[in-house]
Ligand binder design. Sequence first.
Ligand code: SF4
Length: 339
Amino acid sequence: MQDTNQIYNFPDGKRYNSFVGYYKRKYGERLQKLVLDAGFTCPNRDGTVGRGGCTYCDNAAFHPNYSTPQDSLTVQLDKGIEFHQVRYRNSDHYLAYFQSFSNTYASLERLNELYLEVLQHPQVVGIVVGTRPDCIDEEKLDYFKNLQEGNILKGWKRKLTSQTIEAPIVTIEYGIESCYDSSLLRINRGHDFDCARKAVQMTHSRGIDVGAHFILGLPGETRQMLIDQCEIVNSLPLHSVKFHQLQFVKGTKMKAEFEASPEEFLRYDLDDYLDLIVDILERLRPDLYIERVAGEVPPRFVDKPQWGLIRNFQILHLLDQKLETRNSFQGRLMPNKPE
Ligand code: SF4
């Protein structure tokens, strides 16, 4: 087999198209995402689409302590910047990450107020908006297009290290979770896969970068199903993907379901999971950025951490080793791979 870098030349000597470093390569500096909670709810909780939400959902488990809707967005941004400056590498510029619940689930007028508030912050250079595929429409997408083309915030500018940008960076992230309608139904998702496909296509057609989130191992899903869905993922005009292992958060319906019927769930230890990720990467198109391969729920939300107290960066290191051992790389099993 040829050396991976002779085939696709993935950045940083990786064997997959890692999203880490993407902003640095594109904008000349690291852009840190700051998670915000803008106080949205979700149509799958308030009765519009459903009640009770997706069976695995406890949003508190998925966002950091510095973001709480009691604080204004500006205060959350300042706290987030302080948090990152104390604990991690220093960044000069940030992306406001609307992560909690469904961040397009409001009138366009309200959304505009929220997005413009964060874009007034001198260190914020763009927004990343996480939402459900059924919480988007042509009007909202036209708004995002206009925002990223500089038609909404006239005169807005941010001076980065090596360039000045005159319009905010905009990315939309959809929770797709599975390409199988049977899985979406079973987790009470409240939309089908066709809804997700349409949302991704409508967003991409406006030149907006689209990310998607998938959960690996929903009840009833087999390893082969997860491998087979790569072809569907490849067919979507996505810019980046995030994969998470299924985590059983205390108090969720999913946890109760697992306790009642564990045989319905694909179980994997960390090594099996890394093999699954490699099987998936081998079948994904090489231009698709891989933003995450595992999730990290704070230990207090689970009875027992699935794989001990391992952090994401350690999992990524093990993934590098696994790819090396298997002498494999993203896209290895794609048809039409260059020789
Ligand atoms: S769509 Fe998101 S916020 Fe709403 S219930 Fe599902 S996981 Fe929770």
